[in-house]
Each structure stands twice: as structure tokens, then as C-alpha cells.
Design a protein around this ligand. Structure first.
Ligand code: M6R
Length: 364
């Protein structure tokens, strides 16, 4: 049942405020001041390092979490693609917790990576949507993301729910390690409870996103750029676009632009820049100007302040609600999804069942 939507993907995008609210209700204490992990929880004082392993969109959720764990909790994190990790014979030394993120919980490479860590890692944690899946069952602790069934091959609500659970974990770690006071944690949690409302605001501006996709739908290529927490998001935006609209899209950390990809820039290359007005904004803007100076057409996703500061020359700005900097990945997942969705609809591709892809990749 598509619930009145044209595609499952549209329905699942629209469900995000609701599923994230449910998720927060499941993980937060009644007074909303603390994070309750399931029985057998995790003691972050006993963990020196996290090794996070996943595929596709779940891998980008892990990449985002690396920024959170390192910045908020000071815990070093390694992130790996499951198909690489499993054959490299990586040493899993010391007090390492291995974390596996998977919507289906059945991805063959992720499961094999998990089995490799059995008997090597101190403990095995998974972040899954399907609680009875193999990955959940074979973990010491499985954290559900409560996204509900996801039918569209392109992952949407599972991604934002994965991000939310991983952020809760990073906040819990920061509190345990004494890097966040009880008061600061309460503050962050109350901001987090504002995310579903902010997502609703983005969904209400859906028309703007649809209008913005003309540039992409007419192109054969696109580049996505982001810095810091927006770097993994750029990857997610590019993956969504190529999966369902078949447009060749690549993502780069903005700072990498002049190390090669800038050679691709001409007037036929739309460049999607994801940049909320944060500490790194000015740096991203200067990369963006390098693109515009070479005729590249920039689609800037930012907030009001960012749009005002970006100045002239941007082909199109999409204005996002203002939000605490650590929460931007969850909110900016929406434009990544909406741009891909509307581009695919404009091109007439099969949004829910894109060619050559399977929802659950159970063979390597
Ligand atoms: O079920 P999983 O989360 O383990 O799946 C991982 C990837 O196959 C998946 O995220 C894939 O990249 C999606 N089609 C992305 O939209």
C-alpha cells in the first residue's frame, strides 16, 4: 500500500518525521533527559575504538557516525566497506567494538564481515531494521532503527533512522566519557526532538525541490560536494541520483576539488553543494566559487544565512530550516532524497525498482 503516494519511495520519504519520532520515543527516557539502550547495553568506558562496517547507504551512515563519535566522544572510528573489510584480514586489536549497520540485516558481505569479527572484537553491535535478521541474531547487541518496512530499493527512511540511532550512541558515549554534561545532553536531546518538525518543513517545500531538478534531469553527469558532516551526505546524494535516475553522479569532499575533479567542470556539469552555515561554510563557499569561475552550475543547499552569504553566481539555492550543526546530516538527507526522486520521476525511470538492483544483496 503506497498510502496515496505515487511510489513507495515517496511514501517512505514522507514517513520520516513519524518514524524518527517513534524511534526517539523508544530510545529516550520518559522525561527526555537520557538515552536508554536495550538490556545488556554498552559501556563506552571499556571501548578504545570502533570499527564500523557496512555497504551502500548504510556505509555512508557509518561515515557520518565517524565524525560524531570522534568529535563528540573522542573515540577513534574506522569505517570500512564490508566487501573490502572481509578479505583484507584486518587486525581487530585491543578494546574494539565492531559495529555493523544494515537495513535488511541480510547483506552477504556485511554478515561475512561480522562473522570475521566473532572472537576477534571485544563485542559485536549491530544497527538494523529487521530485528529477526541474521545480522541482528549474530550480534551481542542489536539496536533496532524502527523504520518499518522499506520497500523502495533506494534507501531513505532507513538511512535517517540509522543516523539517528548512531547519533544517540555517540551522545551516550560522550556523556559516559564525561565530555558532555547531563545538562548539555538534555539540550542536545531536546534539539533532536525538533528534527521531525524540521523534516516536515522541508517536505512542505517539496515543490521547490521538484523545480530544482530540471538542471539535473537535463544532464548526463552531476557532482556532489560537501565538507565535514556534509561529506558523507554528498556521497549519499550521488548514490541516490545514480540509483534511480541513472545519471552519472560523483561525490567529493569539497577540499579534494582542486586535486583532480575540477578538471571536469564546464557549463554542462551541475554541481550540488551541501553547505549549512557552519564553521566550514566559508571554505566550502570558496570551493564553490572555483566551480562557478569555470562555468559550473551550482545548486546550493543551505540555510537562510548561508544563502545570503554565498553571494551572486549560484544557479539555484534551496533553503533549509536552521538546525544545530550536529543534526544537519539527518535533515540534509532530505534534499539528497528529494532531488533524486524528482529527477527520476521527470526522467520516467522505475523509481521503486531501478534496473539491475535488488533491495537486499544476499550474494556477494
Ligand atoms: O540492507 P543493507 O542496509 O545492508 O543494504 C546495504 C546496501 O545494499 C543499500 O544501502 C543500497 O546501497 C541501497 N540501494 C541504497 O539506496
Amino acid at each position: 500500500d503506497k498510502g496515496g503516494h505515487k511510489h513507495f519511495m515517496a511514501k517512505e520519504i514522507a514517513e520520516q518525521p513519524m518514524v524518527i519520532s517513534d524511534l526517539l520515543q523508544a530510545y529516550l527516557s520518559e522525561d527526555g533527559h537520557s538515552i536508554d539502550l536495550p538490556e545488556g547495553g554498552i559501556d563506552f568506558n571499556k571501548i578504545d575504538r570502533l570499527t564500523m562496517v557496512a555497504c551502500g547507504t548504510a556505509f555512508y551512515a557509518c561515515l557520518t557516525a565517524k565524525y560524531w563519535f570522534e568529535q563528540l566522544a573522542g573515540i577513534p572510528v574506522e569505517v570500512d566497506i564490508a566487501s573490502e573489510f572481509r578479505y583484507r584480514e584486518p587486525p581487530v586489536a585491543g578494546r574494539t567494538t565492531a559495529v555493523f549497520v544494515s537495513q535488511s540485516g541480510e547483506t552477504a558481505d556485511t554478515l561475512a564481515a561480522l562473522r570475521y569479527c566473532e572472537g576477534r572484537a571485544d563485542s559485536i553491535l549491530s544497527v538494523v531494521n529487521v530485528p529477526e535478521s541474521s545480522i541482528a541474531r549474530e550480534s551481542d547487541l542489536a539496536l533496532p532503527i524502527y523504520a518499518g518496512a522499506e520497500i523502495g530499493v533506494a534507501s531513505t527512511k532507513a538511512f535517517t533512522c540509522q543516523l539517528t540511532v548512531l547519533l544517540l550512541l555517540a551522545l551516550k558515549a560522550a556523556e559516559t566519557k564525561g565530555r558532555l554534561s547531563a545538562e548539555e545532553l538534555t539540550d542536545k536531546l531536546s534539539l533532536l526532538r525538533g528534527v521531525p518538525g524540521a523534516i516536515n518543513q522541508v517536505l512542505e517545500a517539496d515543490q521547490t525541490f521538484r523545480a530544482a531538478t530540471r538542471l539535473l534531469a537535463e544532464s548526463d553527469n552531476a557532482l556532489f560536494l560537501g565538507r565535514g558532516l556534509m561529506f558523507p551526505l554528498a556521497y549519499e546524494g550521488a548514490l541516490k541520483l545514480k540509483e534511480i535516475s541513472y545519471i552519472h553522479a560523483e561525490a567529493y569532499a569539497s577540499g579534494e576539488l582542486k586535486h583532480g575533479p575540477i578538471a571536469l567542470i564546464d557549463k554542462k556539469m551541475p554541481v550540488v553543494v551541501m553547505a549549512p552555515k557552519d564553521q566550514l561554510f566559508d571554505k566550502t563557499v570558496s570551493n564553490m566559487q572555483e566551480v562557478m569561475a569555470r562555468g559550473g552550475k551550482v545548486l546550493l543547499i543551505t540555510d537562510r544565512e548561508g544563502a545570503a552569504e554565498a553571494g551572486d553566481g549560484v544557479c539555484q539555492s534551496l533553503i533549509m530550516p536552521e538546525i544545530d550543526p550536529i543534526l544537519t546530516p539527518i535533515l540534509y538527507a532530505l534534499p539528497a532524497q528529494l532531488l533524486a526522486y524528482h529527477t527520476a520521476v521527470a526522467k520516467g525511470t522505475d523509481v521503486d525498482q531501478p534496473r539491475n538492483l535488488a533491495k537486499s544483496v544476499t550474494v556477494e
